[in-house]
Design a protein around this ligand. Structure first.
Ligand SMILES: [Fe+2]
Length: 290
């Protein structure tokens, strides 16, 4: 048997999971988060500490700290969790492309940031697998929202990241660098081709129209009811809908700090000569400003 415990990070509407094999007590965390205040730059660890406490209380051995993708709305706690509990940090191999994109965007030097994925202990290709106890976890590459997005499948449970939202919320944006509505359609088809009873576990729920928190549904429910991409939706219609919605969206509030830290698995930038750490914030303007 496996056990799945969810943790809801209210500030970013993120659902993070601790999954463990009951026999061996081997555990994995999926998409952990640091707490962060954008205006002060302050980071703290209450949320991740709840998960660490849960691991200790249940006498689990943390084997894996997994990312479904480089998040743009919260900062990963992977590096912090590893420093406290051990475990291997892993993500999809597409993270190297994400690193290349954002290293260029933030004009980081090779000394400031490597683009070879070396900040992670393992990078997964499509169809890679690993063991949690005697249970196989299969990694399914599901790009589209980002080009490093992956889904982790253990028994009949798929942790889908932002490749799907709950049926009443539809799908995530595809307008980040490397994102593609067309590619997302194919990734969702892969998930919808899993057995109908497979449980899909979401990474976010924004509680549309104030409904209660929901973060899991079956493949059958998603196929039948997802408002953007149910069974009867054609590819062209989905791409048109997704792209037109994306045109109306502002960038996520925490995009810049999130991606700068998440391409390093949540490792903080090096201290500068004054002992401080910084993230960069690009400026853009129109008109004549000197
Ligand atoms: Fe995301």
């Amino acid at each position: 048997m496996i056990s799945i415990k969810y943790f809801f990070h209210q500030a970013s509407s993120t659902i993070s999971y601790v999954v463990f094999d009951e026999a061996s007590r081997e555990a994995m965390i999926i998409d952990s988060a640091l707490d962060y205040s954008a205006h002060s730059g302050k980071l703290w660890t209450d949320f991740a500490d709840q998960q660490i406490a849960y691991i200790k209380q249940n006498k689990l051995r943390l084997e894996w700290i997994l990312e479904t993708h480089a998040h743009a709305d919260h900062i990963s706690a992977a590096h912090y969790v590893k420093s406290k509990q051990g475990g291997k940090i892993a993500a999809g191999a597409g993270i190297k492309q994400v690193q290349t994109t954002f290293i260029k965007f933030f004009n980081l030097s090779p000394e400031e940031h490597a683009s070879d994925g070396s900040q992670f202990d393992r990078l997964f290709e499509d169809n890679d697998s690993f063991l949690l106890g005697d249970k196989t976890v299969k990694v399914i590459s599901t790009p589209g929202h980002t080009n490093d997005s992956v889904t982790y499948l253990i028994k009949d449970n798929a942790f889908v990241g932002d490749t799907l939202f709950m049926p009443d919320a539809g799908t995530a944006r595809c307008d980040f660098p490397g994102g593609s509505a067309n590619v997302l359609f194919d990734s969702i088809k892969k998930l919808h081709d899993l057995p109908a009873h497979t449980m899909l576990w979401m990474c976010h729920d924004y509680q549309p129209e104030g409904r209660e928190l929901k973060f899991q549904c079956t493949v059958e429910q998603s196929r039948a009811h997802n408002i953007h991409v149910h069974n009867l939706v054609e590819r062209e219609d989905f791409v048109r809908l997704r792209e037109s919605r994306d045109e109306t969206l502002d960038i996520p509030q925490l995009l810049y700090p999130s991606v700068q830290l998440n391409i390093s698995a949540g490792q903080l930038p090096k201290k500068q000569s004054n002992g401080m750490r910084y993230t960069k914030q690009p400026l853009s303007f129109s008109g004549e400003i000197l």
